[in-house]
Design a protein around this ligand. Structure first.
Ligand code: S6P
Ligand code: ZN
Length: 190
């Protein structure tokens, strides 16, 4: 039997150098400066930036409907090296709507930090760089901060019924911020 008769083409390929997903079923979600209201401490600095500038973008491979139990999603995120006041560009950050749903992040390019926060608002960070693997456990809010001077790209995989709870972070934020001081990243309590 020739193998080709059994061969199915996969939907998506990943360029491991750039982290880009390639495939017809991949969708793109863009976040511009205008989408990041109240994410940074200095809202005036955010408003002074070109509002249409791309802050970060997410490629999504969602092979099953969103919300279905048992499926897995895959994506990448690229965060551009833009400063807002003394803060670095970062994702909005979220808990999962089903808060016990876990996730993996894998660093591909660039440098930064994964900021994690539990329900007691205790925070810690993990350094992200090429090859760093991050297990985001249950009930943890997660945000990525690009502290480098190049775009930061990471891959992610999460359950299809995880969903996103942005409201808790939108209202109360994280209990720490990473800021630039004398050209170095520092962590400050808020
Ligand atoms: C989904 C996963 C990522 C983020 C993406 C953007 O659970 O954690 O795909 O959605 O990195 O971050 P945010 O906080 O704007 O959704
Ligand atoms: Zn997530």
């Amino acid at each position: 039997m020739i193998l080709e008769q059994y061969l199915h083409k996969t939907d998506v390929e990943i360029d491991l150098t750039s982290g880009r997903l390639k495939g017809q079923t991949v969708s793109l979600q863009k976040r511009s400066i205008a989408d990041l209201k109240n994410v940074f401490a200095d809202e005036q600095a955010r408003l002074a930036m070109p509002q249409e500038s791309l802050a970060y973008e997410v490629q999504l491979y969602l092979p099953v409907p969103e919300g279905i139990e048992g499926g897995l999603f895959f994506g990448n995120t690229t965060i551009y090296p833009i400063k807002i006041g003394n803060e670095y560009m970062m994702t909005k950050g979220h808990f999962h709507a089903k808060a016990d749903r876990n996730e993996y992040y894998l660093g591909i390019k660039g440098e930064g930090y994964l900021l994690l926060m539990n329900e007691k608002r205790e925070c810690w960070v993990e350094q992200m760089k090429q090859g760093s693997l991050h297990f985001i456990g249950a009930n943890l809010a997660h945000r990525v901060i690009n502290t480098g001077s190049d775009p930061l790209t990471f891959l992610a995989s999460w359950p299809s019924d995880a969903g996103h709870n942005y409201e808790a972070i939108q209202q109360h934020g994280f209990s720490v911020r990473i800021i630039e001081q004398d050209g170095q990243p520092f962590i400050v309590k808020v």
